[in-house]
Design a protein around this ligand. Structure first.
Ligand SMILES: *Cc1c(COP(=O)(O)O)cnc(C)c1O
Length: 357
């Protein structure tokens, strides 16, 4: 079977060598040396000021909403993974959707201002498939209306925009280190924040609010990662250039061999150093997509409908129509993309898809 993605597993002996350090110290969680080393490595690699590694990529969105004390309405995108929207609802705020740009698939910044009301406190947008939002325009809107900005950058590991880490945009950016993502710790994630005071609040929030063993800075939750997961991150870390390089080869192959007369691909925003994290293709109709998916499945190829359904249609936040997001969600699929995908497999995928023309 050829799945949409396959977890990058480092050589097992290298993972075990790192794990041995936890055994030797008999220290497997609570910010031991492995998590601290991983944070330092990633800080340098990504070129970010601060990083707090967490136990998944959803809790940092919730912690950011809580730490920024957001209330009322949060403007957000309907085209993302459900965690973007569910985090807003979980924190007792109301998601107000703004439709997406049909080519970039990120929130349409030109439609944001019309959605702002006196109850709006923030914008929470996703850099979909690692493609940056219009961060400069969003920043200007946020400043003008005194709104906070959170980016769900779950897909955006190693992406740069205008020569800076995409994680350095917004008040807080979050990432996922889930096993299906480009860089992973099995389960894991991170939050990024340039403001040191807010970063401190995020930090104590992720560790029960602790200020030393006996005192508390404030309210917190447990979003810590264990040393066992940090060891996975440390074992994957040296292979990042291999991972990104091999993914680029797959992306370049699809781009060269797919027939784009009746098919669209993602348009990457200008000034972006992309990470080759996903290869979405957009068909002309849902029927066409379903036909192609059925033929791929018969050949043992299992792409995924990222993202379906459009989040404005899920039952706990129904009521707003988003024509572009709903249309694209019904016609888009992500093709298999991972280290080790063979050329003959890519050829077979292209051949099946190109038959629609
Ligand atoms: C994967 C993902 C998340 C959630 O990450 P987890 O680590 O699985 O909690 C959030 N947002 C987007 C856009 C994602 O793709």
């Amino acid at each position: 079977m050829i799945p949409v993605t396959r977890t990058y597993l480092p050589p097992q002996d290298e993972y075990q060598k790192i794990l041995k350090r936890a055994w030797d110290k008999q220290w497997i969680t609570n910010r031991g040396e492995l998590i601290q080393e991983l944070e330092e490595n990633l800080k340098g690699y990504l070129g970010v000021k601060n990083i707090i590694i967490t136990n998944n990529g959803t809790i940092p969105i919730q912690i950011a909403i809580k730490a920024l004390a957001l209330k009322g309405e949060i403007i957000t995108t309907p085209f993302s993974y459900v965690a973007t929207t569910s985090s807003i609802v979980w924190e007792n705020c109301k998601p107000v959707f703004v439709d997406i740009h049909p080519d970039y698939l990120t929130i349409d910044e030109t439609k944001i201002e019309a959605a702002i009301t006196p109850a709006t406190t923030a914008i929470l947008a996703t850099h979909v498939f690692g493609n940056p939002c219009a961060v400069d325009a969003i920043d200007a809107i946020a400043k003008k209306h005194n709104l906070k900005v959170i980016y769900d950058a779950a897909h955006s590991f190693a992406v740069k925009y205008k020569n800076e880490s995409i994680f350095s945009y917004g008040d807080v950016s979050t990432c996922s280190f889930h096993a299906t993502k480009l860089f992973h710790t099995g389960e894991g994630g991170a939050m990024f924040c340039n403001d040191d005071a807010l970063n401190h609040k995020l930090f104590y929030s992720h560790n029960f609010g602790h200020n030393g063993p006996l005192a508390f800075h404030g309210l917190g939750i447990n979003a810590k990662i264990s040393e066992l997961q940090a060891a996975m991150g440390l074992a994957v870390f040296p292979y990042l250039s291999t991972i990104i390089g091999e993914r680029k080869k797959v992306v370049d192959y699809y781009t060269a061999y797919l027939d784009f007369r009746n098919l669209r691909k993602l348009k990457i925003r200008e000034h972006t150093e992309w990470n080759y994290s996903y290869y979405p293709v957009i068909f002309e109709s849902e029927q066409q997509l379903l036909e192609v998916m059925a033929r791929l499945e018969t050949a043992g190829i299992i792409p995924r409908r990222y993202f379906y359904p459009s989040l404005n249609t899920i039952d706990y936040c129904k009521g707003q129509t988003m024509p572009i997001s709903e249309s694209i969600a019904s016609r888009i699929v992500c093709l298999p993309l991972y280290v080790g995908l063979k050329e003959e497999e890519m050829a077979g995928i292209c051949e099946i898809i190109n038959k629609i023309n």
